[in-house]
Design a protein around this ligand. Structure first.
Ligand code: NAX
Ligand code: ADP
Ligand code: K
Length: 479
């Protein structure tokens, strides 16, 4: 499991580490690792031009000390100071002693700061780190924009990205690589911040972060492999779990077919379909058990997935919500589900909105959800007292409390009609197989993302292709 920690936890761990070790040790370690990464990116350090953008705090200090190391190895290093009176004194002295050049970044008259950035092969963003508030200020944004061809390395996190949330208010640095210290910060794993961070390299500087204080976690192969439901000797189709699918309508039979396609690959032993698209489902999937009547008359299931292509069929939704088994609600089901009715359920509920649906449930606009995904998913989970899987460029899974899961797989090729229906079936199937809502949602998102990468392989995919590639994703994880 990969974990990310918020600023308050990182600061507490820093204080404890500083009390244990000699003065300046943390910053020395941070700067050494940063310089090593810069050297790796440069290939040949001697003679290469490196420009440091240096703000007023310790983030700038890291950049200055790393710059001093590169200067000692023969790089031509220039520090551009964005707060000349407050730049880290020790770092500045070290850079000067190593032969680095210093220019005033605030002084706009002679264009020296712009030239230093434009002429660099590598630009190091030490403007702000975890102490940053809001987006880049105007002068900083202007200088950052002057780096047209340079490789950009962000120190700890790209300046302008909120470390705790990944929100970007205004301009931020777009890094090729981010060297982050002590722990991943949530903002490096959640869009939009994640998209600014480039490749993230975590450096151990000796911080001790208690796992139970993590703000975010991401499943990795081994975690998913452990959670996958695998049949044992005594298994039969009922013991493996039966998932019920309530999706599609006479008008949208395709949603039913795609949801069943996902469900057939999720690990349940059987898939029941109940609704008006029964003929379309059985024509495509003879292995499905279909009926056209209400869900409660369809036979026993261990979980329901309800909503894709449901239209306005509230009766079928209510029928499912009355069942005392886990229920996944997606798409039209989300629009029709009453908040109090969901809160009152005793069995687990998993909601799977995309940003537009989440926005409608929260009464805000879509852009607001996309710019602050963590806040949105937490708010929904608390309001509905349910598990919420928020889909999109970063898929998040939240319970009413505890760390949020972020899905590390996936690809923008998934943004194709019907792929969400496949995800619903897949997650419903995992619920029926006995996974907790949080695990079912995050394992489904993981497999779905991997399946899409398999299916896409650099070309557009259709939702059916994603469903068909789910077995390959299982094999990846189990292999
Ligand atoms: N404290 C420690 O022990 C360590 C800290 N490290 C570094 O220190 C950083 C945190 O240092 P600081 O707490 O000094 O904070 P930062 O250097 O992140 O920034 C704080 C300073 O930036 C200013 N500022 C805030 N928002 C701004 C904005 N939008 N535009 C311009 N200026 C803005 C503030 O007024 C303050 O002076 C970490 O991100 C990391 O890079 C590392 O050296 C590892 C050890
Ligand atoms: N930009 C993106 N990057 C990665 N995944 C995405 C992106 N956009 C959408 N997705 C994924 O594609 C799927 C689309 O689901 P959804 O929006 O419900 O579509 P539909 O209703 O057409 O099935 C979700 O799994 C979502 O996480
Ligand atoms: K930075």
């Amino acid at each position: 499991m990969r974990s990310a920690f918020g600023v308050a936890e990182v600061r507490a761990a820093e204080r404890a580490a500083m009390a244990r070790g000699p003065e300046g040790a943390l910053m020395r370690r941070a700067a050494a690792a940063l310089a090593a990464e810069c050297a790796r990116l440069l290939g040949r350090v001697y003679g290469s031009r490196v420009t440091l953008l240096v703000g007023s705090g310790d983030n700038g200090g890291d950049a200055l000390y790393a710059g001093a190391r590169l200067a000692r190895r023969g790089a031509g290093v220039t520090a551009v100071l964005l707060a000349p009176d407050r730049a880290h004194p020790g770092g500045l002295a070290a850079l000067r002693a190593a032969g680095g050049r210093v220019v005033d970044g605030v002084d706009e008259r002679d264009g020296r700061a712009e030239d230093a950035v434009a002429g660099a092969r590598l630009v190091v963003d030490g403007i702000v780190g975890i102490g940053g508030r809001g987006g880049l200020r105007e002068r900083a944004a202007h200088l950052v924009a002057a780096a047209r061809t340079a490789t950009v390395v962000a120190v700890d996190l790209p300046s302008g990205v909120d470390a705790d949330t990944g929100e970007v208010r205004g301009e931020a640095v777009r890094a090729d690589v981010t060297v982050t210290f002590g722990a991943y910060k949530p903002g490096l794993l959640v869009d939009p911040g994640r998209a600014y961070a480039g490749a993230v390299r975590l450096v151990d500087i000796g911080l001790d972060l208690p796992p139970e204080r993590r703000a975010l976690e991401a499943l990795q192969y081994a975690d998913v492999a452990r959670l996958l439901p695998v049949p044992a000797g005594e298994s039969d189709k009922y013991r493996r779990g039966v998932v019920g699918v309530v999706a599609g309508s006479a008008r949208y039979p395709g949603a039913a077919v795609l949801c069943v396609a996902g469900a057939l690959h999720g690990g349940a032993g059987a898939v029941r379909y109940a609704g008006p698209a029964a003929d379309a489902v059985i024509a495509r999937f003879p292995e499905a058990l279909v009926s056209a009547g209400p869900p409660s008359k369809a036979g026993r299931v261990q979980a329901w997935a309800v909503g894709p292509g449901l239209g306005d069929d509230e009766d079928r939704l209510l029928d499912v919500l009355d069942a005392d088994v886990p229920v996944l609600i997606d798409a039209d089901g989300l629009r029709l589900a009453d908040e109090r009715r969901v809160r009152a359920r005793r069995a687990p509920t998993l909601l799977t909105p995309h940003a537009g649906e989440a926005a409608a449930l929260l009464g805000v606009d879509r852009a607001r959800v996309e710019s602050a995904r963590l806040a949105a998913v937490r708010e929904l989970a608390a309001r509905y007292d349910a598990t919420v899987l928020l889909k999109g460029s970063t898929t998040l899974v939240a319970d009413a409390e505890g760390p949020v899961r972020v899905n590390p797989t996936g690809t923008a090729w998934l943004a194709t009609a019907g792929s969400g229906d496949v995800l619903s079936g897949l997650a419903g199937s995992l619920l029926a197989a006995g996974l907790a809502a949080r695990d079912a949602g995050s394992v489904a998102a993981y497999l779905h993302g991997l399946a899409a990468r398999h299916a896409a392989d650099g070309a557009p995919v259709a939702a059916q292709d994603v469903a068909e590639a789910v077995p390959a994703a299982w094999r990846d994880v189990r292999g």
